[in-house]
Design a protein around this ligand. Sequence first.
Ligand code: UDP
Ligand code: MG
Length: 326
Amino acid sequence: MSKPILWIVIPCYNEEQVLPITAPMFLKKINDLSAAGLVSEKSRVLFVNDGSRDATWSLIQKFASEDDHLIGISQSRNRGHQNAVLAGLMEALHSGSCDITISIDCDGQDDINAMDEMVKKYLDGAEVVYGVRSRRDTDTFFKRFTAEGFYHVMNALGADIVFNHADYRLISTRVLESFADYREVNIFLRGMVPLVGYPSDTVYYERHERLAGESHYPLSKMLTLAFDGITSLSNKPIRLITGAGIAVSLISFIGVIWAIVQAVLGSAVAGWASTICIVCFMGGVQLVCLGVIGEYVGKIYMETKARPRYIISERTWAPYERKYHG
Ligand code: UDP
Ligand code: MG
């Protein structure tokens, strides 16, 4: 088998502080991997600028002009991490000169040395290799607790996601070709990639602190991602609501019978407190149910519009004629 051409796909949003540190690291990794005979010399580092407002894109352009192994594409505006990774993966697929991709964040948190093992697992037959965090000590207790809870909830809801795996993974272009047919607008890569199938494997790595700059995932964005993940992959919350509705109705029914019995026995008291409690409780339950159903209706609305998930406005390379969005 000839050596595979690897593209390292790296989303960047306002990363001017960290790029000068990590870009040379990624380039060195490509060189080392090709020197070790694991990947082809034609391998590339692809930076995806996700509509940054700082000097990120001009830095990428500068790096690209200095080394042919580094290329960049820029999105017309910020579309979020998942869409930026997707844009990069599709660029690699459509280039026609890529066999495997590895997606990784640009902040140096994920250990790039795990790539060697990922490529070896690919050479041994895996088409997808998931990078799994062996430790989460660098995360705060709160992040660790909520993240682990999230994986448990996802799996309980029937979504097949790999525990403690984020978006550090190897995917072959064979898998990407099938993946390109998953046309949903709300994308949650770590839940969608396992759906494609193909043989997969895992590689454990340690997650470090960010080398510079700040996280773009505050609590609100993390919750959005978690909620999107759950509602794009599972219909179970809707079923749970139906179940909860039936349970609450049964309890209310028992309450009504109890009230009638009390009335017949003549021991009914002015039931102000219990009435208020029941009204409030029912109101709350109904609002939650409406909210969850609304979330799904909103998703249907966005999916029927089928808007492009990324729009590439600029490239540091001009390899082929093709549409600029997907
Ligand atoms: N990122 C992006 N678009 C965004 C937010 C983040 O492309 O809207 C990139 C960011 O540059 C980084 C990766 O996604 O390479 C992960 O983001 P970050 O490190 O801020 O998240 P954390 O590691 O704290 O969860
Ligand atoms: Mg990070």
